[in-house]
Design a protein around this ligand. Structure first.
Ligand code: GLA
Length: 389
């Protein structure tokens, strides 16, 4: 297969260490590594108490760090030109902006959670495509948190991992200003290689799911129509869902049925709620199909999920619709848009022997439509965040 392989954790770690030296003149003592993710199914359900089924990408961020002997903090990134510099006390909502709000936000949130965050120099190097709906931000956040655990000599046991997920969510919502739902940070920390993670946002529980992908690959195609979760679309969808739950008198839409949805008088709000209710119902069915290699069933479920996001939730784009239709027409078993929407990527399950053909068909379709060439990657499910020595 012609798609480039992502850097290994060791290669990415070496790049982050090199960057720390070149940009900040400091030598790393620890590196945190954390992956991006692609969601197989269960979209916009996390903040509705629903189910999601992401896998971690082999594409990740490495954060190289060293403790300082004063209270200064310097943050730099291979993906950004500027360096943020201040003190540990300067790390607060509204005081760290741009890309640094993700890294600095995590340091602030970890302090709020009682971790004794020291002065430090830190450099991140990531291979998760930016703005592609693949959680580059959660990957930065979790890599920074794991670097801090390494500096503090704290073991990432279960309780610590949970605290890290919470701190990274808090950083993203309160410092970076993206009102996201928690799926991305949970998979980045709790992923296990070769499996997907079924996360239940009402039970606050997760379990690994075996995937019968022996002769199948997970292909991700980035339409390169960039999306920003801090733009209005994500937030207004979330408000519509909250309004639906309020109108139905339920805590979250997880507790609503399709019958309930028909009682909603606002047509737009009803469609948003219908997406959430039907999407959560599709997740356990997709788990079954993925575990039993029932690709035609998975194809139906992905198609219904995509249509629901396009028509009821209204978060697809013509480029995403084109990519999904082209992938299925050229040999994919199943394809749907993935992530927050308004651009970004599709995810497809493709017979291993058909990957080249599907990629070529997608490239041709985008060229014929006069669009920028899409970017592809293979999402072989990777493990979750680690502290590298
Ligand atoms: C973004 C958010 C997630 C989730 C998805 C949609 O990735 O960060 O919390 O809501 O959108 O499923």
């Amino acid at each position: 297969m012609s798609l480039p392989s992502p850097a290994t954790p060791a290669e990415l770690s070496a790049r982050a260490e090199r960057g720390l030296l070149d940009r900040l003149g400091a030598t790393a003592t620890v590196v945190g590594w954390a992956p991006g993710r692609v969601n197989l199914i269960g979209e916009h359900t996390d903040y509705n108490g629903g189910l999601v089924l992401p896998v971690a990408l082999p594409h990740a961020t490495a954060a190289a760090a060293v403790r300082r002997d004063d209270d200064r903090v310097r943050l730099s990134s291979a993906q950004a030109g500027d360096t943020w510099s201040g003190t540990v006390d300067d790390l607060a909502p509204g005081r760290v902006t741009g890309w640094a709000s993700y890294a600095g936000g995590v340091l602030w949130a970890l302090r709020e959670a009682g971790f004794d965050v020291p002065g430090l120099d830190l450099h991140v190097h990531g291979t998760v495509p930016l703005g592609a709906g693949l959680s580059s931000s959660a990957s930065i956040e979790c890599s920074v948190a794991f670097a801090v655990l390494g500096l503090l000599g704290v073991e990432p046991d279960l309780a610590t991992r949970r605290a890290v997920v919470d701190a990274c969510i808090k950083a993203e919502t309160e410092v970076a200003g993206a009102p996201t739902g928690g799926m991305d940070q949970t998979i980045s920390v709790f992923a296990e290689a070769g499996t997907a993670l079924l996360i239940d946002f009402t039970a606050h529980a997760h379990q690994t799911v075996q995937l019968a992908l022996d002769d199948r690959r997970v292909l991700v195609t980035d339409t390169r129509v960039s999306h920003e979760l801090t733009d209005g679309g994500y937030g207004t969808r979330r408000q519509d869902c909250e309004e639906a739950a309020r109108a139905l008198g339920v805590a979250t839409l997880r507790d609503a049925t399709l019958d309930d949805v028909t009682r909603l008088t606002d047509e737009r709000v009803a469609r948003r709620a219908r997406h959430v209710v039907t999407e959560t119902a599709r997740v356990p069915l997709a788990v079954e199909a993925l575990a039993s290699a029932d690709w035609s069933r998975l194809g139906e479920l992905f198609a219904a999920s995509h249509a629901s996001m396009r028509d009821d939730f209204e978060i697809s784009t013509p480029e995403l619709d084109l990519a999904v239709a082209t992938a299925v027409a050229s040999g994919a078993d199943a394809a749907r848009m993935t992530g927050g929407g308004f651009g970004g990527s599709i995810v497809a399950i493709v017979p291993s022997t058909q990957v080249d053909r599907v990629v070529a068909a997608l490239d041709d379709a985008f060229a014929d439509a006069g669009l920028k060439a899409p970017a592809h990657l293979l999402a072989d499910p990777s493990g979750g965040a680690v502290i590298l020595p």
